[in-house]
Structure formats: structure tokens, C-alpha cells
Ligand binder design. Structure first.
Ligand code: AGP
Length: 616
């Protein structure tokens, strides 16, 4: 969702702010803006609805000069995506500028109060109260101290925020703070930087500092960063981490879009994840920070996630229950948060699955589980993300930056990460021998090559994508773990091609969705060679009998499917049923991408969606 950047230093700020915003585009946004402070103390802002490219054009014409500034990509929550509502927003004097990610829940009361004392507002946003509150503090108790003015203002706020603020009266000073929304800062020889995440910083540093909730950081042009905590104490040793990937990892590197790049990166991501994970005591998972006996005591697991990560949870449930024999519940974070009657045992573990580590609903659910006395373990991709920081243990999937809004490599890497956890549990609680763990690990080691094989068959997906031409809707079917592949395939198609896709367990089709089927209606059936194969074949026949065009995802050598279906996306033989979802889903990722491109859409930045959903 919204992205925040800030810079103060020796360089002209506008150029880096615009580049920084471009790297945050993936988070999802509908307007953008920058504000630069000149050394003589003038504020110069440019903002507009639309893309960062539009902002660049306006900035080129306006040429805002100054070596300190802030920038923002806005994903509209309060007020339409217009030039007027785009950030930065100014105070009444026009000398204080603010950008903000998050939601100010009490903005209406604050706005009424401020208006009663003469403040005038120019936008419909919740954010605009912040510069006015800062102005009140600046002209009152905090005069001359921007950090204190920002702190005083934020003390009045309810909700979540990552805020960056500049003031014409203190050129060269940038103040940032956060509560609930992500923000990192970095000090370099060129100056000091702030950003919502590490993506804009990867080009300038490999070392970033994290701010805790309510920390206020003052960044100055010599690169210095002074952090003060909620109680006003200086934070001498803030938490820091190194960006463990090369800046080029976040660039397209010859691919036409990030989604294509990320789909192709899956084999290497799985290789990285599996590397050195098998030891003499089974799966090495020190990240769990639980002893073998503590692991063995776990009697229930609650998986919390949203979207694609929720689908990983559904497959993780099968793996954990099959291998470790521990009962698992999988919950949509947004639903769990409002289920007041949720029951846990004394030894329930909460497993949080979140690519970004910043999904607001998931974080809220994890906090609630912890409040219920559960150990919280996170599977995430983003180093230093809030989920990782708040969990008792974190397994990083090491998939590298995932820029396309549609999750692909994080999906399969999270799935394999959950298998590692399942095997670790199964060995700890005595449900599996070391030899069995080794066997499953060896099976997983085959995944990268099996994925490569599917990637080599992308022409099948391209060909099948023609079947969606001029269609309004589609149905995805599968049984057992393949029903989850159907959910994920349908989500991918909806997300980027804006084509309706309904996913159902095949056996449920007759209880409603079959009425959708008419001549030429596309049905994607995931029908690998497994114990429910023939059941799904029967469902395919029911679809064909009603004129459907069936695109099957089937195992090499399946003659029956080859004869029956109009298109087949072939998957090589897999060594275990639980390996199939990690391999077969690649066809559905490719299919969705081809359909979306065929329709002329930007596959990386689908409309209305945000990569990191930081509001509930
Ligand atoms: C996936 O393609 C989607 N963009 C979306 O469903 C995503 O998985 C969901 O918002 C959860 O995000 P997270 O994994 O970062 O928590």
C-alpha cells in the first residue's frame, strides 16, 4: 500500500525520491508526490493522481531544487485518488510537509477540533490532520524542535502511521516516525534515507536500521540519524540488518515483467531454501527456537494468513497432519480477528504465513494468538518485517524480493518452508523416523528440476490461454491438495486478468457451480495421477457433457486425459503427492500471466491491489 521515502544529504533530493518511489510502485498506489526543501528554506512540491512516470514528467517541468525531501505513493483510503488528495500534505502556514502510510482512526475528531481553532483543510484525507497538529506543536510547546513537534502531534493520533516530515524552517532536517506501519532508515556517506521498505535503499546501502513503534528519528544532511524512543530516551543501538540480496535482484534483468522473472526464479528459490537443511537430527530448523520436547508437546496448530499465503496454509495443514499427526486449523486472519469464541489448547502453536510480513490482518491475528498464550512462528520473505520481529521464531524463505503484486515464487517457497516445519515436528514428536524424514527431504530436492521442466513447457500455457479469449468467467476444479491449487490458480487469474474465476473442490461442483457451464465455458481441472484421479475425471466428463472447454493439468502419460480434454498442461511425474502442488501451480501462474497479457493488462501492477496490505 502507500509508500514513503525521505532523503537528506548532499545530492539533489528529487531525483532519488522519484527513483525511490518507482521501486515502491509494486506496493500498489494510485497517486504520488514529492516535496523538496531548498537550502534557502522554500518548500517545493509536485503531486498528481496517476503513476510515478506522470509525477516524473511534472517534476521535470517544475524542477524542484533542494537536498532534503519526502515522497509518497498513495493507495486511496480516505478520499478519491486525485491530485488534491495526493501526499505530501501541508500545514496551514505552508511550511511543514508530511507524507503518511497508515490510517488515522480519530482524524474526524481531530479535524473538527483543528477547524474550530481556525485550521483550514484542503483535502479529504485522514493524513492532513498530521501537519496541522505538527504546526500546533511547532508554534507551541515544541518551538524550534521538529522531532518534538512530530512526537507531540503523533501522541494525539489513533491508528497506524509511518510519517515523514520536513519543515522549511529547518532545511536539511528530516523527521520520521512510525506506529504499526513499516519504516526503515539508513545512514550513508551521501546522506540519510528513510523508506517504507528496503527496496529503494538497496541501491545505496546494504545496512538498514529499524524503528520500533513510536520511535522518532531525526535525519540530517551529514548522514547522521538520531533515534529517540517513546519515553524520550536516545536509542544507541537500534536493531539493524543487512540487505542480503543484490540490488539487481529487484530489477527486471531482461524479463518483460517482474511476474515473468519471479515465476522463473522459483527453482533457484527452492534450492536456496533447502540448502543445508538436512542434518543428523533431521531437518535443521533452529529458527523455531523450541526444544525437541517443546515441539513434541504441540497439540494443535493454528495457521493464520491471507490470500495466496492462506492457500499455502491449506497445503501446510495437509502436510502437518499427514506427517506430524498434529491437528491444524487454517484461518483467514481477517475472519479470525472477529471470532470471539476461538479455542486454543495449552500447547497450541500459531503459524503465521505472510510473504510481506506486513499484512495488517495477519499481524493483528498473530498478536491475538500470542495474547492467548500461543507460541508464534512466522514464515515470511521479508527480512526485518513486523511479522518476523514480533514472532518467537521466523523462517525466512529467502525467495528474494517479490515485486509483482501477484505472488508466485513466495507461494511455492512458503509451501516448501511449511514442509520443513512439518518434517521437523514429525521427527520431534516421534511420528517419523530419520529415514522417513530423509526420504521426504530428497523428494523436495527434486522440486527445482521438476519446476524447470514445467517452465520449459510454457508454450502449453500460452496455447491454452487462447481458450479464455472473450470469456467472462471460468471454473477451476481439483480434489484434495489439488483443490488448493485450483483456488490459487483462480486467484492468480482474477488478480491480473480481471476475468472471473470460481474455484471449487471438484466434488462440490454439482452442488451449485455446474449451472455456470455452457458451450465454450473454460474449466481448468487439476487432475494429477493420484488416488482421486478417477473421481475428478468423472467431474471433467460432467463439464464436457455440458459443452465446457476443459484445460486439464495432468501427469505425463495420462492417455485418458489426453483423449478427453481440449488442452492439457502436462506435469512430470512427481515422487510424492505433496510435491505435485509446488510443481503444477507453475502452469497456472503462467496461464494467468498469458491470459492477462493477451488482454493487454499490466501483470505486475493489477488495478486496485496492493502488494502489502497494511490496513485492515
Ligand atoms: C497474492 O497473489 C496476493 N497478492 C495476495 O493474496 C497476498 O498473498 C495477500 O495479500 C497476503 O499477503 P502476505 O503474504 O504478504 O501476507
Amino acid at each position: 500500500m502507500c509508500g514513503v521515502v525521505g532523503y537528506t544529504g548532499r545530492k539533489q533530493a528529487a531525483a532519488w525520491l522519484l527513483d525511490g518511489l518507482a521501486t515502491l510502485e509494486y506496493r500498489g498506489y494510485d497517486s504520488a508526490g514529492i516535496q523538496v526543501v531548498s537550502s534557502s528554506g522554500n518548500l517545493h512540491g509536485v503531486k498528481c493522481a496517476g503513476r510515478v512516470a506522470d509525477l516524473r514528467e511534472r517534476a521535470a517541468a517544475a524542477n524542484p531544487e533542494g537536498t532534503c525531501g519526502i515522497g509518497h505513493t498513495r493507495w486511496a483510503t480516505h478520499g478519491a485518488p486525485t491530485d488534491r488528495n495526493a501526499h505530501p500534505h501541508l500545514d496551514g502556514s505552508g511550511r511543514i510537509a508530511v507524507v503518511h502510510n497508515g490510517i488515522i482512526e480519530n482524524f474526524q475528531e481531530l479535524k473538527r477540533e483543528l477547524m474550530a481553532t481556525g485550521h483550514q483543510f484542503r483535502s479529504d484525507t485522514d493524513t492532513e490532520v498530521i501537519p496541522h497538529l505538527i504546526q500546533e506543536a511547532w508554534e507551541g510547546p515544541a518551538k524550534g524542535d521538529l522531532a518534538m513537534a512530530v512526537r507531540n502531534a503523533c501522541d494525539r493520533l489513533e491508528g497506524s502511521w509511518a510519517v515523514a516530515c520536513v519543515c522549511a524552517d529547518v532545511p536539511g532536517t528530516l523527521v520520521v516516525t512510525r506506529k504499526g506501519s513499516p519504516l526503515v532508515v539508513a545512514s550513508t556517506d551521501d546522506g540519510a534515507y528513510a523508506a517504507s521498505d528496503v527496496m529503494p535503499l538497496a541501491d545505496v546501502t546494504s545496512h538498514v536500521l529499524q524503528l520500533n513503534d513510536y520511535d522518532v528519528a531525526t535525519l540530517t544532511s551529514d548522514g547522521a540519524i538520531r533515534i529517540v524512543d517513546r519515553d524520550g530516551r536516545v536509542v544507541d543501538n537500534p536493531t539493524s540488518f543487512d540487505i542480503d540480496w543484490d540490488a539487481s535482484a529487484a530489477k527486471m534483468g531482461g524479463y518483460s515483467d517482474f511476474m515473468a522473472k519471479e515465476i522463473n526464479e522459483q527453482p533457484e528459490a527452492i534450492e536456496r531454501l533447502l540448502k543445508d537443511r538436512l542434518g543428523e537430527h533431521g531437518i535443521e530448523l533452529d529458527e523455531l527456537s523450541l526444544s525437541r520436547s517443546e515441539l513434541a508437546a504441540i497439540d494443535k496448530i493454528v495457521i493464520i494468513a491471507c490470500g495466496t499465503s492462506y492457500h499455502v496454509g491449506l497445503i501446510a495443514k495437509v502436510a502437518i497432519e499427514r506427517w506430524a499427526k498434529v491437528p491444524v486449523a487454517v484461518e483467514f486472519a481477517s475472519e479470525f480477528n472477529y471470532n470471539e469464541d476461538y479455542l486454543v489448547t495449552d500447547h497450541t502453536m500459531c503459524l503465521v504465513i505472510t510473504q510481506s510480513g506486513e499484512t495488517a490482518d495477519t499481524l493483528a491475528a498473530a498478536r491475538r494468538m500470542r495474547g492467548m498464550g500461543c507460541t508464534v512462528f512466522a514464515i515470511t520473505n521479508v527480512l526485518g518485517s513486523t511479522a518476523a520481529r514480533e514472532a518467537d521464531g521466523t523462517l525466512y524463505i529467502q525467495a528474494g524480493p517479490e515485486v509483482a503484486v501477484a505472488s508466485t515464487k513466495a507461494y511455492t517457497a512458503q509451501m516448501i518452508a511449511s514442509y520443513l516445519l512439518a518434517l521437523r515436528l514429525a521427527y520431534a514428536n516421534g511420528r517419523m523416523t530419520l529415514a522417513e524424514v530423509q526420504k521426504h527431504y530428497r523428494d523436495m530436492e527434486q522440486v527445482p528440476d521438476l519446476m524447470r521442466e514445467v517452465l520449459n513447457r510454457r508454450w502449453q500455457d500460452k496455447q491454452a490461454s487462447q481458450r479464455f479469449r472473450d470469456k467472462q468467467s471460468s471454473l477451476f476444479l481439483g480434489r484434495n491438495v489439488s483443490s488448493t491449487t485450483a483456488y490459487e490458480g483462480a486467484l492468480k487469474l482474477k488478480e491480473i486478468s480481471y476475468l472471473h474465476a470460481e474455484a471449487y473442490p471438484s466434488g462440490e461442483m454439482k452442488h451449485g457451480p455446474i449451472s455456470l457451464i455452457e458451450g465454450g465455458f473454460p474449466v481448468v481441472a487439476i487432475v494429477p495421477a493420484d488416488h482421486v484421479h478417477d473421481k475428478t475425471v468423472s467431474n471433467i466428463q460432467e463439464c464436457l457433457a455440458r459443452g465446457a472447454v476443459v484445460i486439464a493439468v495432468a501427469t505425463d502419460g495420462d492417455e485418458k486425459i489426453a483423449k478427453m480434454c481440449q488442452e492439457v498442461l502436462w506435469v512430470p511425474q512427481c515422487p510424492d503427492q505433496l510435491i505435485v502442488p509446488a510443481v503444477s501451480v507453475i502452469h497456472l501462474q503462467l496461464l494467468a500471466r498469458y491470459v492477462a497479457r493477451e488482454r493487454g493488462y499490466d501483470v505486475d501492477k493489477p488495478r486496485n491491489l496492493a502488494k502489502s496490505v497494511t490496513v485492515e
